[in-house]
Design a protein around this ligand. Structure first.
Ligand SMILES: Nc1ncnc2c1ncn2[C@@H]1O[C@H](COP(=O)(O)OP(=O)(O)O)[C@@H](O)[C@H]1O
Ligand SMILES: [Mg+2]
Length: 546
């Protein structure tokens, strides 16, 4: 067991108690309110038996006792209900807070992490880690406190009732704990293995689902199904092992915790027969033993849960501590000139370095072409130019300042990049064009759309510019998407516009429209990347990578 665990748990409780004062106070109050009737009930049972049923039998005591018993039971249920709801609310608040934090973090994080972690992995970390932390932590902590409370009170009460019988009753307790711990360790190991397979499978399955359409295109449906099946099969196998261990655990413990009451009944029974103990006390004893053994086994289980929650927390913290792109450095208001000096780039797993010393200059009011075969590094170059890839060799000067010294967030806000697969959001066409430019007027959007030749097709939709595109814009053609993305890029009047093979799906007529438009809006640096020399004919200068 982690020796630091209690310390860590207390640190977390303090943090959340401070943050969610109202909820935590109410939950604590309800916790005490639920525990008191639970603890009192066996004592009432004792009274009912001894004073209501035995020789001196008294129907009045019986009726009052039973009524009180029922009343307390109703109270317990009621308090339990409110406690459950409050825990749920707190749980959700924590999840929401953390999800927002992590999401923000991923937005502002250094772009390097997107190379390391794919989408499935990021998604599963945001979702699984947070939910396992929030739900495990909140509900475990509440139950732990309640169980400790009940356990301590129950032990105290049985010693007050009859200390000799109390000693005999808990004689098996140490053995119980030792065995419990042994089983729990095994359970913990299998659970951990299961978690690992689960996390791996999760990200693979997510990826598999993303590929559904591609398998259809390849008409290799069975391949997709088989892959999916083999991944899930591993998970199921481990899960069955886990279920076996869990069940063995539960049943062994049941046997053990059943032995103690038996011993207690034997000795207690003799005491009752000899007249040293009332039957009511014996029954109350039995109830209190339940309050001792069940919480103990639960407490040792929570140990696993809390540790798991803390592992999730550690992973969340790791993400929260990832380096961010800070808004610091020299602010460039107007990108006038970009000079690439002696640029070389090396994808670590790639044996061949890219570029091997490029020297390019880009100036305002000019259109540049970058030409070269597929795979030569054109897209990589554009990512370096906008500061997404930082570990290049050589120097890149923006106006007179080194790219490494400038405020990258401000710099990027003056750049628009357009690639083969324009990213559209599940939102109206208008908002897709305006994104990040809330104040842009609709007339401006319409004007640019007309110039790009998309106005007529947008008008054909019933709702025109208000038409909501489906996920990733799948309801329109790639060529149309590319031109919507082009409208978006132009409306913000960037200083640097990079077009990375953007016209692969635009027909000649519309392409000429776009090229004409580009010729007119020259007050910026325009870089067109293409493996098609025909498109590059409007360029003032063409750089060829080979
Ligand atoms: N994330 C990556 N990790 C390793 N190699 C990569 C990665 N991205 C691209 N490459 C490799 O770098 C080379 C250049 O890719 P890219 O810049 O996309 O070329 P282009 O845009 O000219 O087609 C290719 O050989 C490609 O396989
Ligand atoms: Mg490319």
């Amino acid at each position: 067991m982690d020796k630091e665990l209690p310390k860590k748990v207390i640190k977390h409780i303090k943090y959340f108690a401070k943050k969610y004062k109202k909820e935590v106070t109410l939950i604590s109050l309800l916790l005490v309110l639920t525990s008191i009737p639970m603890i009192i009930r066996p004592l009432i049972l004792r009274k009912i038996i001894d004073k209501g049923l035995m020789r001196s039998g008294n129907i009045q005591v019986l009726v009052i006792g039973v009524s009180l018993f029922i009343f307390l039971s109703i109270l317990v249920s009621l308090f339990n209900y409110f406690k459950g709801v409050l825990i749920g609310i707190l749980d959700n608040k924590i999840v929401l807070e953390m999800e927002t934090k992590l999401y923000k973090k991923f937005q502002y994080a250094d772009p390097k992490i997107y190379e390391k972690w794919d989408r499935g992995y990021i998604k599963s970390r945001i979702e699984n880690d947070i939910s396992s932390f929030a739900s495990l932590f909140v509900s475990s902590i509440v139950s732990i406190i309640m169980d400790i409370l009940i356990l301590l009170v129950a032990i105290t009460i049985i010693f007050i009732l009859n200390w000799k019988l109390a000693l005999i009753s808990i004689i098996l307790y140490p053995i119980y704990i030792v065995i419990l711990k042994k089983y729990n360790n095994k359970l913990k190991r299998v659970k951990k293995e299961y978690q690992e397979i689960h996390a791996k499978t999760d990200s693979q399955i997510f990826n598999q689902i993303e590929l559904l359409k591609d398998y259809k295109k390849l008409s290799r449906l069975s391949h997709g199904v088989l892959k999916y099946f083999s991944q899930t099969k591993k998970l199921v196998k481990k899960n069955i092992e886990l279920i076996k261990v869990e069940n063995a655990n539960i049943n062994w413990l049941k046997l053990l915790s059943g032995l103690s009451p038996s011993i207690m009944f034997l000795f207690g029974g003799i005491l009752v027969l000899k007249g040293h103990l009332t039957l009511g006390t014996l029954m109350a004893f039995n109830s209190y033993l339940g309050f001792i053994y069940t919480p103990t086994s639960k407490l040792l289980m929570y140990n696993i849960q809390v540790q798991k929650a803390l592992v999730a927390w550690k992973r969340i913290k790791y993400i929260l501590n990832l380096p961010e792109e800070k808004s610091e450095g020299v602010k460039i208001d107007n990108i006038k000139k970009i000079i690439v000096k002696n640029l070389t780039y090396d994808y670590n797993d790639n044996e061949n370095k890219l570029f091997k010393g490029l020297n390019y200059t880009f100036r305002k009011n000019k259109i540049y072409g970058i030409y070269g075969p597929s795979g030569i590094g054109k897209t990589t170059l554009s990512e370096i130019l906008i500061g997404l890839k930082k570990d290049y060799e050589g120097n890149i000067m923006i106006n007179e300042t080194n790219l490494t010294k400038i405020n990258i967030i401000k710099y990027r806000s003056n750049i628009r990049i357009l690639d083969q697969e324009p990213l559209l959001f599940k939102d109206s066409i208008l908002n897709n064009i305006k994104i990040g430019q809330k104040r842009a007027k609709k007339e401006k959007v319409v004007k640019i759309s007309k110039q790009l030749g998309i106005h007529s097709f947008i008008k054909e939709f019933n709702k025109g510019y208000e038409t909501v595109l489906s996920e990733k814009g799948s309801s329109i053609s790639i060529g149309q998407k590319q031109r919507i993305a082009m409208a978006r890029a132009l409306i913000s009047k960037p200083d640097l516009l990079i077009l990375d093979e953007p016209f692969s799906n635009v027909d000649d007529k519309n392409m000429n429209k776009i090229l004409n438009l580009l010729n007119k809006i020259k007050n910026k640096i325009i870089i067109i990347i293409s493996h098609n020399k025909n498109i590059l004919k409007i360029c003032d200068k063409i750089y060829e990578i080979n």
